[in-house]
Write a protein that binds this ligand. Sequence first.
Ligand SMILES: Cc1ncc(COP(=O)(O)O)c(C=O)c1O
Length: 392
Amino acid sequence: MNDHDATRLARGGRAPDFETPPSAPPLYLTTAFDIDDLSQLDAVVAGTTSGYLYTRDGNPNHTALSADLAALEGAEAAAVFASGMGALTATLVAAASAGDHILAGQVLYGRSGQLLKLFAKQYQVDVTFFDPARPGELAGLVTPRTKLCLVESLTNPLLEVADLPAIRQAIGDIPLLVDATFATPILQKPLELGATLVWHSGSKALNGHGDVMLGSVAGPSTWIRKIRGLSSLLGVNANPFECWLASRGLRTLALRMERVTATANRFAKWLSTQPGVERVYHPSLPDHPTHELAQRMLPRGSGGMLAFDLAGGRPAVDRFFRAISEAVPFSPTLADARTTLSYPAGTSHKFMTADERASYGIGEGLVRVSIGLEDPADLERDFAAALEVAVN
Ligand SMILES: Cc1ncc(COP(=O)(O)O)c(C=O)c1O
């Protein structure tokens, strides 16, 4: 070591500027950005010159992913977050203050419901849960204090389709926030159906490879500016590496959604005929309560999520998971490249009381399936073998 090694190392690691851009998008793993002087600082803050200051406030990987998502949703703008829950937190803080009122679908992803209950208990935001299958009753629930209505466009885990235009009509000009995680912007563009803001867990199909935590919200620029500012304040902004991975995953979203939809349509029909399977929930099936509505809300198909009731309840589910685990794992996520299983009563909806779950049809034998990219005949073989073990 000589006297200058430490200095050289501390300031090194930089390639000279070059004229040939990389074919794949670069990853900007940097906490902050170097600024020439105070006038450049003022110009970046004012937005009169392009640039970034600090990754919590913005980073080129946020910009790249947000721009793609805004274009896909047909939105003016989008923002990305550390998780779907980060996106919801920033949006709720942007939408409601103490004394305000929020309307929310009664069957939401469990943590979404839990967060709303926390807002009600700790921050004096009233929350009324309603049945999205009865949008006609919604108009009577709107008050002058109602600042937001929140629904899932395709519910977790029973795949009930929301009639977004009917909800919009019932709530007038109240902002409508739609969780379209299950549908994805390939199968549904909620902003065209009456939503104000569309929200996704990007940890799921947008990325599609089971290796990212991410969230997004898209909608009018005024809303997104406010939500993004709060995200920076709350520290729930996305990590550049997660954005880079999700950007890469997004290249194949259309292909993946087409494939899982076709497999799920075939698989749901097949599963309905299997011994021990009491009921299958997928909107492609004529006996699904929102089969007709799905034709209008999701004309390109209702995606790769389905659920089924297994005879024998929890002990049978336990046997089924053990028997199928090598081929199809019990993994409490969805929209991975491989098919995965979940148990709503013990994972996504464990934050509801058992009575609430029972009243919403989430039983002890309910298994949720997230269809992946496998050959459908292989899936049917694996399920048939495990069902035989589970029900005998
Ligand atoms: C429908 C739905 N919305 C939101 C979320 C929350 O997203 P995240 O896990 O990325 O915070 C999930 C998570 O499973 C989900 O399934």
